[in-house]
Ligand binder design. Structure first.
Ligand code: AMP
Length: 548
């Protein structure tokens, strides 16, 4: 018989077991909702995760059932990452910035059985609790002493620290198929309701290996990593898993994401690497530059989620000695797809050449294959000037949405292999560096978070004086983009900007409210009668929003 290698499934729990055994003393530091700075170690985190797994078992949580979180970045959230997935249940990270109606839809659709939340979100939870019939357990992520009096509004509310304390720390992580689901994150599509992306243990582990590579996030045991990217958005780009795999110190900012709080944490914890969307870094840069400060340990930061402005690359690089790694990804790609790391051939580039390259989204990480196709679906060769739609495939790229919503999103090539159409419009240069030139999607991204333009249009269209409405994103210095509502009035009807905006009251999260309204005679329509929002975006590209 020919020899063979061990059949060991790739499971999320193995990351925690490794971290405890080989990096047990390494620290995990969290700024908490309670206001203090909390310190623990991988050893302690592993023990508490096992207690939590016992508690979840006692509560009756079964394999594959969804356990939801509404929480900031912190050690308790990380314990949930490992306990829930480790025992074979599915960690469902909810985005607290969504409107309560959307949260309700998502939690119902996911059939969440339990909801763990930070105290910040108690009012939100209290508002939706009565309408979430499937949730059997509500757990506040705190000690009993910190439970506020109005917590009693939620019947049967449990307290996280009591739950953990009531159980011992012996728990054997089960072995099961590595293709089982480990976590779930919803993305808001351009049409219809948000769709769930279900990650598997295998996809998570492979993504973790890839994310830690030198030309990806380049993480090692000597790093101190501060993920600003939320743990409720695509698993904080995989950094909690990368921490366990590499033994890096992890530093969690909790709810304090302003420039001053972040800077103080970078310094006190000697952070070497961070990651987040451009908007967050604007606040940090303003604080650091405004106070004439420098970073004593931070050398690299990963920026992605939306395009990193070239001025930001230079402000970090030239002004502060921090190298920015521009990265691209999606909820559907776990998320890492490309990073903009140099090749040996770029050693001779001058400064301008280097910065010009860094503004691209970068080249594919091994495991993700990508191509750009023209309107006829033909692949455009690397180096082609022509832009087209970006398609990707790989073991951590989605094959179908949770509960198969919308049918298969994949497109087959001539060989019958499925590719995921990203909705991004891009070019790929001769060296394989991808550059997003536009996005075909019409959703608006403000501060790294989607705003659903169709939802906004539907509300506007409900106004009796409105014939047609299109909502587009226009550039904003602080939020990258903010919504602008373009409206055609019904003949003879009258409505003012303020009257129209007032009609949004209570129907959407406040930050979704369009910054301004413009009235036009007509909105351009395409051949199939769809509004051509790309043309509107072009028309209003230099529009001055009142808040800008
Ligand atoms: P999400 O699934 O919410 O993470 O959004 C994914 C989308 O964000 C992508 O399809 C892109 O349109 C956009 N995106 C992510 N990273 C970048 C980037 N570095 N530059 C430009 N757009 C980006």
């Amino acid at each position: 018989m020919l020899g063979q290698m061990m059949q060991q499934p790739l499971l999320v729990s193995s990351l925690l077991v490794h971290a405890e055994r080989h990096h047990g003393e390494r620290e995990i530091v969290s700024r908490r909702v309670e206001g203090d700075l909390h310190r623990t170690t991988y050893r302690e985190l592993a023990a508490r995760s096992r207690r939590l797994a016992n508690a979840l078992t006692k509560l009756g949580v079964q394999r594959s059932e969804r356990v939801a979180t509404l929480a900031w970045n912190g050690y308790r959230h990380m314990e949930l990452y490992f306990a829930v997935s480790g025992m074979g249940a599915v960690l469902h990270t909810l985005n607290p910035r969504l409107h309560p109606e959307q949260l309700l839809y998502i939690a119902e659709h996911a059939e969440d059985q339990a909801l763990f939340f930070d105290l910040t979100f108690l009012p939100l939870v209290a508002a939706v609790a009565g309408r979430l019939q499937k949730v059997r357990h509500w757990v506040a992520l705190c000690a009993r002493a910190h439970l506020p009096a109005d917590a009693a509004k939620i019947p049967g509310l449990l307290c996280y620290e009591d739950l953990i304390d009531a159980h011992h720390d012996r728990f054997d992580w089960p072995e099961f198929d590595e293709n089982s689901a480990s976590s779930l994150c919803y993305t808001s599509g351009t049409t219809g309701n948000p769709k769930g992306v279900l990650y598997s243990h295998r996809s998570t582990l492979l993504h973790t290996y890839a994310a830690a590579l030198p030309d990806a996030l380049n993480c090692s045991a000597t790093d101190s990593i501060l993920p600003v990217v939320p743990m409720f958005h695509v698993n904080a780009w995989g950094l909690p898993y990368v921490g366990c795999m590499t033994g890096a110190k992890l530093v969690f900012p909790g709810p304090a994401l302003d420039g001053k709080s972040l800077y103080e944490l970078f310094e006190s914890e000697q952070v070497t690497l961070s990651a987040g969307v451009p908007t967050v870094w604007q606040g940090l840069l303003a604080y650091v530059q405004g106070n004439g400060l420098k970073f004593s340990s931070m050398r690299r930061t990963v920026i992605g989620g939306s395009a990193c402005p070239p001025a930001m690359l230079r402000a970090f690089g030239e002004g502060l000695g921090v190298h920015v790694l521009h990265a691209w990804g999606m909820t559907e790609t776990s998320p890492l797809g490309t990073t903009c790391a140099f090749k040996a051939a770029h050693a001779g580039l001058d400064k301008d050449g280097r910065y010009a390259l860094m503004a691209k989204q970068g080249r594919a990480i091994f495991g993700v294959d990508m191509k750009v196709v023209d309107d006829a679906g033909q692949e455009l060769p690397f180096g082609s000037e022509q832009q087209g739609e970006l398609l990707v495939r790989g073991p951590w790229v989605i094959e179908s949405y949770f509960k198969d919503v919308g049918g298969s999103p994949l497109r087959s090539d001539a060989a019958g292999r499925g590719w995921f159409p990203t909705g991004d419009v891009a070019t790929i240069d001769a060296d394989g560096y991808m550059h997003i030139t536009d996005r075909s999607k019409d959703v608006i991204k403000s501060g790294g978070e989607w705003i659903g333009s169709i939802d906004l249009e539907n509300i506007a269209m409900a106004h009796p004086a409105v014939a047609m409405a299109a909502c587009i994103g226009v550039p904003h210095p602080k939020w990258d983009e903010r919504p602008l509502l373009v409206v055609v009035k019904k003949p003879g009807a009258e409505v003012t900007r303020d009257e129209l905006l007032a009609s949004f009251g209570g129907k959407i999260a406040k930050w979704w409210l369009p910054d301004d309204v413009v009235f036009v005679d007509a909105i351009p329509l395409g051949a199939t009668g769809k509004m051509q929002k790309n043309k509107l975006r072009e028309q209003f590209r230099d529009y001055q929003l009142p808040s800008a």
